[in-house]
Design a protein around this ligand. Structure first.
Ligand code: ADP
Length: 398
């Protein structure tokens, strides 16, 4: 069974085609600058050279038309006909309380997703555009929605209710939802396999550290708390996002003349390690600057590590213990210095890192020593595979 996985943003569309009989990737690619000058599709067929198509694309549908032609092209295609695509799995961001697991997309689901758009105005409408474009290009092919928030719907009320007037939850559904759920779910499943233990008996803390970063407490296979909130702005310090701050700061700045739009921009685009370091939102640049003695770059990293470490501590408390800590996503998978800085403050968990294993990049492995009281693992995430697996399960079960 071949599954096309789609991740649609407002002006971009990422795709992967997987052969799910073997869970093998056949091709992946990215359409960028859709509806903007300079639109381009980069198509990477596995085992063949990558190709770029630079041509105007006004809509996601036009981008998908180019992608479909690339997939069946004699030279750089990977399938003979579009009929070989059995199903499409869509990454969908906000499912609010409507979706606690993945779903086959139908009119009712689309309607509910539209309702959820108020909670994710940047993401859900873009996901819906991607779904509609796919429906036009691949009519009659079953489609599945895999929500970033779904995995966290198992959180208990004490974890997701904000200490605000309860009516705000009842009226506007203001609560913690959490994101990166597909990634946290995937790495927790892999962790149990790597440790050769039953997921239903493990207490895991998953650290998804990329440009966007979040941590999840996963007890016996279920998310019981996570650091992002109503929106992906909450929790850790991130590349450009501020994470948790005193909410009164925004009222204070309003009184100093900042507009709501400016404050939104500051918190989402000008804060985090970019804001503190003044250098970059890319951890590689900031690590390099810190290595050459830049104090603000070092401070940005210190703040980041501190927040990760204290959040891990909170989740040890939430689960009354921890068996394994997982590092994943761009920074978690690749930065040995980040992992060691975070773990150096976790001696109370009896953690000992194997320096040689920790120095490896992007390889799935246990990086703690055999006598470490808590396992520490690097597990490269694979949200697309998780989406494709859910898609197969739901489509075959129909
Ligand atoms: P997102 O999907 O949220 O955009 P990624 O998971 O791709 O983010 O992670 C991007 C981040 O990972 C960037 O800040 C980048 O600097 C960091 N990163 C990637 N490779 C390395 C590395 N070798 N060392 C340090 N940071 C890295």
């Amino acid at each position: 069974m071949k599954v096309l996985v789609i991740n649609a943003g407002s002006s971009s569309l990422k795709y992967q085609l997987l052969d799910m009989d073997t869970e093998r990737l056949l091709a992946k690619g990215l359409a960028e600058r859709i509806g903007i000058e300079g639109s381009v599709v980069t198509h990477e067929p596995v085992g063949k050279d990558k190709v770029k198509f630079e041509r105007p694309m006004e809509t996601h549908k036009e981008a998908l038309d180019i992608i479909m032609r690339a997939l069946v092209n004699e030279q750089y295609g990977v399938i003979k006909s579009l009929n070989e695509i059995d199903a499409v799995g869509h990454r969908t961001v906000h499912g609010a309380e409507s979706f606690a697991s993945s779903v086959v997309i139908n009119d009712e689901v689309i309607e509910k997703m539209e309702e959820c758009s108020v909670l994710a105005p940047l993401h859900n409408p873009a996901n819906l555009i991607g779904i509609r474009a796919c429906q036009e290009v691949l009519p009659n092919v079953p489609m599945v929605g895999v929500f970033d928030t779904a995995f966290h719907q198992t959180m208990p009320k004490e974890a997701y209710i904000y200490p605000l007037p309860y009516e705000l939850y009842e009226k506007y559904r203001i609560r913690k939802y959490g994101f990166h759920g597909t990634s946290h779910r995937y790495v927790s499943l892999r962790a149990a396999e790597l440790l050769n233990q039953d997921l239903n008996q493990l207490k895991l803390i998953s650290c998804h550290l990329g440009n966007g970063a979040s941590i999840a407490a996963i007890r016996y296979g279920k998310s019981i708390d996570t650091s992002m909130g109503l929106t992906p702005l909450a929790g850790l310090a991130m590349g450009t996002r501020c994470g948790d701050i005193d909410p009164e700061i925004m009222i204070f700045l309003r009184q100093h003349g900042y507009t709501t739009e400016e404050l939104d921009h500051i918190m989402n685009k000008e804060s985090g390690i970019l804001g503190i370091s003044g250098i970059s939102s890319d951890f590689r640049d900031v690590e390099q600057a810190a290595d050459t003695g830049n104090k603000r770059a070092q401070l940005a990293l210190d703040v980041f590590h501190y927040r990760v470490r204290t959040t891990i501590g909170a989740y040890v408390a939430a689960m009354d213990g921890v068996d394994g800590i997982i590092f994943t996503a761009g920074l978690g998978e690749n930065s040995a210095s980040t992992r060691s800085a975070i773990c150096s403050g976790l001696t109370y968990l009896g953690i000992k890192l194997n320096a040689e294993k920790n120095s490896k990049r992007g390889e799935e492995m246990v990086i703690s020593t055999a006598d470490s009281a808590t396992n520490v693992m690097v597990i490269p995430t694979n949200e697309e595979l998780m989406i494709a697996r859910d898609t197969v399960e739901l489509v075959q079960g129909k």
